[in-house]
Design a protein around this ligand. Structure first.
Ligand SMILES: [Zn+2]
Length: 343
């Protein structure tokens, strides 16, 4: 031992300058590390996505997303209450209707799956922040996020006709009692149209979370199982963003801020930390990020194979999202995180 120390000293004296700064001093114990930790993750930062389906009478597991379920309309209030009991204060709802058509009628029906779920949840859990996803894909027979027109081989998703239906949908959610609406379609001008229709109908207090920079991503795969919304033809690249474009993302965000978005969302999460960080610095708006189904499924698969430990992996990922600039994280782990961040 004495010998080893002597060897260490010889090496040190031989190779190192006298150190004044030793950053490791602050990493020596857990308490010291806690004292200087810059990024803290808490339950208030989280939003839990919940799926409600008119097609089922009891909850149904989503095979590609272990631990995530579609809930029946009768069970959705319990699912919301369980989230609140776990300490969460916000959920975002996605609906699966029985009937789909080419006008997405179920999206804005007064007695639609979301409208009924929102009013049931708000009557039982009035303090829970209820956010609704506003899109048409789950309600369209073709699975696209807007109204389509087919010319021979080509199909188009019509912007302005889609915006009209999205605005109508957002208004119906506000009428049902949603605290915030979250348009995820990526049509141009929808934030302004939604703000306008909400304001002219007396819903000035209903907020808008804009999926301002939503990238066409391979990581949405499992969600389409959960929301039963895969496009029947074509893909979504004519409206969702190209993953290569950061400047364009910032322009998209600037437009949404200008049109009245209250919170800006980036989706997916980990592959887009640069966008999150740049948007955080440029816009003085609360920033949200959606850690999506494919990102969730990847970690779950790694956990199953024994490659990583779930809790540590999830905490590291979520902390990185906060560190990059997210104020709010939408995650399928919200309930578990409510526990993990407390203990
Ligand atoms: Zn959609």
């Amino acid at each position: 031992m004495a010998n080893l120390r002597a060897i260490g000293q010889t090496i040190t004296l031989g190779l190192m300058r006298k150190l004044v700064h030793r950053p490791r001093r602050l990493r020596r114990t857990a308490a010291l590390r806690n004292l200087v930790r810059e990024t803290k993750l808490g339950t208030d930062d989280l939003i839990l996505p919940l799926f409600v389906s008119e097609k089922i009478s009891e909850r149904h597991a989503i095979p590609s997303m272990p631990g995530v379920f579609q809930h029946s309309p009768d069970e959705i209030v319990d699912a919301a209450r369980t989230a609140q009991d776990a300490g969460l204060q916000a959920i975002i709802l996605f609906g699966i209707p029985t009937e789909k058509d080419e006008r997405a009628s179920g999206a804005y029906a007064e007695d639609g799956v979301i409208q009924k779920a929102v009013s049931a949840i708000k009557s039982k859990c009035p303090d829970l922040v209820v956010i609704t996803d506003v899109c048409l894909c789950e309600y369209m027979s073709h699975g696209h996020c807007g109204v389509t027109r087919i010319d021979g081989e080509h199909f188009h998703v019509l912007n302005d006709a889609s915006v009209a239906l999205l605005a109508k949908t957002a208004l119906s959610h506000a009428k049902a009692g949603a605290d915030m609406v979250a348009p995820s379609d990526m049509m141009d001008g929808r934030i302004g149209a939604i703000r306008e229709i909400l304001d002219t109908n007396g819903f000035e207090e209903t907020g808008i979370i804009s999926y301002a920079a939503k990238f066409a991503s391979v990581f949405y795969g499992p969600f389409r199982d959960a929301a039963e919304s895969p496009p029947q033809f074509g893909d979504r690249r004519s409206y969702q963003m190209d993953s290569a474009n950061a400047e364009e993302a910032l322009r998209e965000i600037a437009l949404d801020v200008d049109e009245g978005a209250d919170i800006i969302m980036i989706k997916p999460a980990l592959p887009y930390l640069d966008i999150l960080s740049r948007a955080r610095q440029r816009f003085g708006k609360p920033m949200a990020v959606y850690h999506v189904s494919g990102e969730y499924a990847m970690v779950k698969a790694a956990v199953e194979k024994g490659v990583v430990e779930e809790r540590a992996a999830v905490l590291e990922i979520m902390t990185s999202l906060k560190r990059a600039g997210a104020d709010i994280i939408v995650t399928y782990w919200a309930r578990e995180l409510a526990q993990w961040t407390r203990s």
